[in-house]
Design a protein around this ligand. Structure first.
Ligand code: HEM
Length: 576
């Protein structure tokens, strides 16, 4: 037999894999390796993540197991954060757990007492200064150079002192009274029933208001509720902060501010505008328009302070509110540039509008959705907010108006209204406070004397996730339900009624706690009372009210749903 004539080539041909088989094998090996890696990571992270004894009788914070090395919980946290956080809350009942986000440790605190102690720590133990500065430069356009940053640091104490004008009387009272005066003038024109857009007011135009006739012949105005409420409040509350000139000169300012707010997280990434990401350049364009509007205001304020005429558009700068007039003195004293002033004041304008306006929108949604609650509230506030229909003179119909407005009584004598405000703060917001741990810190999980203690390690991050607590069934019965009277407490012995926040912390805490909280409470009560006193609202087409869905935002939720409503004047107001 020919020694070359063997069968081997055929045999070799049979066992040689084809290219596609080779690819399949490579894939199978890769998948098996990844699976092995994921299972090993899950096993090791589960083992290492359990809470273990640490210093001074404390324990380490338990970490949720994860499947992907380095990335850790980033995928789950990006795709369904709420589900993940709620599940972890129900597992780690001590009130704290940790996540691995890109190999950095993030302690998520939801025990109210632990969150409270953490927020009240000294700067040398836990602070958020680096984040505050990043937001100020990346989002609000504060110049990011050494000299500006030094001026920013030197102004911190002074800026905090100025906030006393937002937090306490007499300045707070002055701002609230200014807001009431403007609102009393404008609430009758929430919708004007004007057919022509030219004759409509600003908030009607942005809410696409149009007059329609219902099948029963009644004339109503159809409008997008969120835009109507949000823009009405912006136009009526901001004169108390920045004066009427700014609001009148910049009719488009708040539209840009909403766009900027929508792109807040994109701005915070610090990505450049030339990248082909529409959200980034849209937010930057909006920010730049907002910035320029505030810059013109800063220049006018400076010109006036120097004893010169700031021009035709700025003739009422004396009605700029106390916070910004005090800030001007500080800016001048520390030689702040115009750009630095504009960035700081833009951040305050954003803080003033981003949350409070939307909170009232949610309160009104819940209230108008429940006719019984609406009726009870109207009865409760009637002695303090007199909505009246003036007698018709010379055959000219007179629009209804609000005669008196007692904001102290709304806060002190209207428990149901106040409870609605607290309930919306509980359910319609998802605030989040953040700290960088500058030193090791041991904190008890609760106020019990035998409570477990946890070690928050230096170099890790701590987040106080208020919303996880606000919807914790262990604290709030049926937590996803908005209940108007949930926070009304009646003392058993003397029947005295009180409403307070309990463990709800929508305004954060410690040194970075919201500086506008006192004003926010007042304006939420004032605007809600003004709307329900004067106007009826129902969903377009009638029927049951459908609550819009939540869209995460920086504090109070936003929504993507367009809530179109029919608005009509409230019937049967007393005649005067
Ligand atoms: C319902 C309305 C509001 C909510 C839920 C809210 C919530 C918050 C939260 C959660 C913080 C951060 C707290 C932290 O880091 O721990 C904050 C900060 C702040 N808020 Fe508000 N806020 C509201 C209304 C307002 C209003 C109306 C103003 C101004 C008039 C305002 C001015 C500020 C300022 C200046 C800060 C920064 C404080 C600092 O860093 O020192 N807020 N707010």
């Amino acid at each position: 037999m020919d020694s070359n004539a063997t069968v081997t080539p055929i045999a070799r041909l049979q066992i040689q894999p084809t290219a596609s088989q080779r690819l399949d094998t490579t894939w199978a090996t890769a998948v098996a390796a990844l699976l092995f890696l994921a299972i090993t990571t899950r096993f090791i992270s589960g083992f290492l993540g359990t809470s273990k004894p640490a210093q001074n009788g404390s324990r380490s914070v338990p970490m949720l197991p994860y499947w992907i090395p380095i990335l850790g919980h980033i995928p789950q946290f990006s795709f369904s954060p709420q589900r993940m956080l709620n599940k972890a809350r129900d597992t780690y009942r001590s009130g704290v757990f940790a996540l691995n986000l890109g190999s950095t440790t993030h302690n998520i605190v939801f025990s109210p007492s632990m969150g409270g102690s953490l927020m009240n720590q000294k700067h040398s133990i836990a602070n958020m200064d680096s984040v505050g500065k990043h937001v100020m430069t990346a989002v609000f356009g504060f110049p990011n150079c050494k000299a500006s940053m030094q001026r920013y640091d030197s102004a911190m104490d002074g800026l905090n002192t100025c906030y006393k004008h937002l937090l306490s009387d007499p300045s707070l009272k002055e701002m609230v009274q200014n807001t009431i005066d403007v609102t009393k003038r404008n609430i009758a024109n929430l919708v004007t029933f004007s057919e022509s857009r030219v004759d409509q007011v600003g908030w009607e135009r942005t809410s696409n208001a149009e007059t329609v006739t219902k099948t029963n012949g009644e004339q109503v105005v159809e409008a997008s509720m969120m835009h109507l409420i949000r823009d009405f409040i912006a136009a009526n509350a901001n004169p108390s902060l920045i004066g009427s000139d700014f609001v009148d000169n910049n009719p488009e300012f708040f539209l840009d501010l909403w766009d900027m707010d929508k792109g807040f997280k994109w701005l915070a990434t610090g990505l450049p505008a030339w990248l082909p990401i529409p959200q980034v350049w849209r937010a930057k364009v909006a920010r730049s328009r907002c910035f320029n509007a505030v810059l013109a205001f800063e220049k006018a304020m400076e010109t006036t302070a120097n004893g010169h005429d700031p021009g035709q558009e700025w003739q009422f700068l004396e009605n700029v509110g106390p916070v910004l007039t005090e800030r001007l003195k500080l800016y001048r004293q520390l030689d702040f540039t115009m750009d630095e002033r504009a960035a700081l004041d833009l951040s305050l304008l954003w803080a003033m509008n981003a949350n409070a306006n939307m909170l009232v929108f949610w309160m009104l949604n819940h209230i108008y959705a429940d006719k019984a609650v609406l009726a009870q509230l109207r009865e409760e506030i009637a002695p303090f907010v007199h909505a009246v229909r003036p007698k018709q003179l010379f055959n000219m119909p007179e629009p209804p108006r609000v005669d008196t407005f007692d904001h102290e009584a709304l806060a002190n004598k209207c428990p149901l209204l106040k409870s609605c405000y607290v309930e919306s703060l509980r359910l319609d917001t998802a605030p989040w406070s953040f700290r960088v741990m500058q030193d090791d810190l041991v904190l008890p999980a609760s106020r019990d004397k035998d409570a477990e203690k946890f070690l928050l390690k230096k170099g890790t991050y701590a987040h106080i996730a208020h919303a996880i607590h606000h919807t914790d069934p262990a604290y709030f019965d049926d937590p996803q339900r908005w209940r108007a009277d949930r926070h009304v407490k009646r003392e058993q012995d003397d029947g005295e009624v009180s409403v307070n926040m309990g463990t709800i912390r929508p305004y954060g805490g410690g040194h970075s706690m919201c500086k506008g909280r006192a004003f926010a409470q007042k304006e939420a009560l004032v605007f809600t009372a003004a709307f329900i006193s004067m106007w009826d609202m129902e969903p377009v087409g009638g029927g049951a009210w459908k609550l819009p869905g939540y869209k995460p935002a920086t504090g109070v939720y936003s929504t993507n749903d367009d809530v179109r409503v029919w608005i009509s004047r409230r019937e049967n107001l007393p005649q005067v």
